[in-house]
Design a protein around this ligand. Structure first.
Ligand code: NAI
Length: 344
């Protein structure tokens, strides 16, 4: 397995392979960039098929965090950890992971992610100071992420449809979890009509009742004839197979890594579908976590920064229209420019 030659290596500053024989912990901590501050990004626990798949995930997610934190202007770099494990982690494993984080002396700050909940983060915090998103600091980031996505949808609607309000527009929401449900609440209050889907029927039923939402199957939700598609479940859903079938004029949602490949941004652009780059529109949670961890922002400043996602996206959309380049290309260039400035 090559690390330096890996297609997702992209100039990572460091990649740490962690093994603790006593607890059985196997983890990878990838630090993409500390140019703008400590590398911040959650810890994911997953039953990877092999080490290569775990490394690929860590590298991709870590670079994504650099870009997200740079565009959000948080004074944080980007990193990510993955724990290679099937099932629930043991406390000994989490404590060993905490010791590994501590040994990096603050260059990496961890948090929850898929497979690692707030309870697990509290255990990790027994052995390291470098933990963000604890209940006493910022708590569940989902409502903040949803708020940011709502602002992002407003920016996209203004740019694409020339409208300042969402009343009467139709939005398809894929995934009604922590973020998706809060997003539906805000959209419903703003007068939007909703089409929803989730693999969990009880979540669909709840949204149907609360928002008078229409429902779609999980296979069909992406292809609804709506103004906005808001993916709030899985990554990789925008690809060469799905994009030709999309009927929404805007794609703006919370899910991480929505584009299967970078060139899928170009595919959306060619079809005239306005895409809000995922790591820009879904930064509300990390903004809130950063405010709590760095103690750099009070609640009002956090909220103002989240509302600022609307302006950041408006600028990206304008630049895309001016330069005739896809929005994901514009966002990546902005992130790289900010990191280069930080390096200097
Ligand atoms: P969650 O796990 O609470 O909710 C995800 C929902 O999607 C669940 O209700 C699940 O049943 C549903 N789902 C799974 N597969 C589906 C499918 N094929 N079709 C329809 N529904 C499906 O996750 P959460 O926190 O709401 O996050 C949603 C997305 O946003 C994820 O991709 C996450 O990585 C991303 N995100 C979340 C942030 C946060 O603050 N929670 C921050 C930034 C990104």
């Amino acid at each position: 397995m090559s690390v330096f030659e890996h297609q997702a290596f992209d100039q990572h500053e460091a990649v740490h392979f962690v093994h603790d024989a006593a607890s059985g912990l196997r983890a990878i901590i990838a630090l993409h960039s500390t140019a703008l501050g400590p590398a911040a990004g959650g810890c994911r626990l997953w039953a990877y098929e092999n080490d290569e798949a775990a490394l690929t995930d860590a590298l991709r997610l870590s670079r994504g965090m650099s870009y997200k934190n740079a565009v959000a202007g948080l004074g944080l770099g980007g990193g990510k950890a993955v724990i290679l494990h099937r099932g629930r982690p043991t406390p000994a494993m989490l404590e060993a992971f905490g010791r590994a984080v501590e040994s990096l002396g603050g260059r990496y700050v961890t948090a929850e992610d898929v497979g690692i909940g707030l309870d697990d983060v509290t255990v990790i915090a027994r052995t390291t100071r470098y933990v963000s998103g604890l209940a006493q600091d910022s708590g569940d980031p989902s409502p903040k992420t949803a708020r940011g996505v709502f602002h992002g949808i407003r920016a996209a609607v203004r740019a694409k449809l020339g409208r300042d309000d969402l009343a009467g527009l139709t939005v398809a929401v894929q995934g009604l979890g922590g973020v998706g449900y809060h997003l539906c609440t805000a959209l419903h209050e703003a007068g939007a009509r909703l089409v929803v889907a989730d693999i969990d029927p009880s979540r669909v039923e709840r949204a149907q009742k609360a928002f008078n939402a229409q429902t779609a199957t999980t296979e069909e939700i992406l292809f609804q004839d709506v103004d906005v598609l808001a993916p709030c479940a899985l990554g990789g859903i925008l690809n060469e197979h799905s994009i030709p079938q999309l009927r929404a004029r805007i794609v703006a949602g919370a899910a991480n890594n929505q584009l299967l490949r970078d060139e899928d941004g170009e595919r959306l652009y060619q079809r005239g579908i306005l895409y809000a780059p995922d790591y820009v529109i879904n930064a509300g949670g990390i903004i809130s976590i950063a405010g709590g961890y760095l103690r750099s922002m009070d609640t009002q400043q956090v909220d103002a920064r989240i509302a600022g996602i609307e302006n950041t996206l408006a600028e990206i959309f304008e630049e895309s229209a001016r330069s005739k380049l896809p929005t994901n290309v514009i966002a990546d260039a902005l992130a790289r420019q900010r990191m280069a400035e930080g390096q200097r």
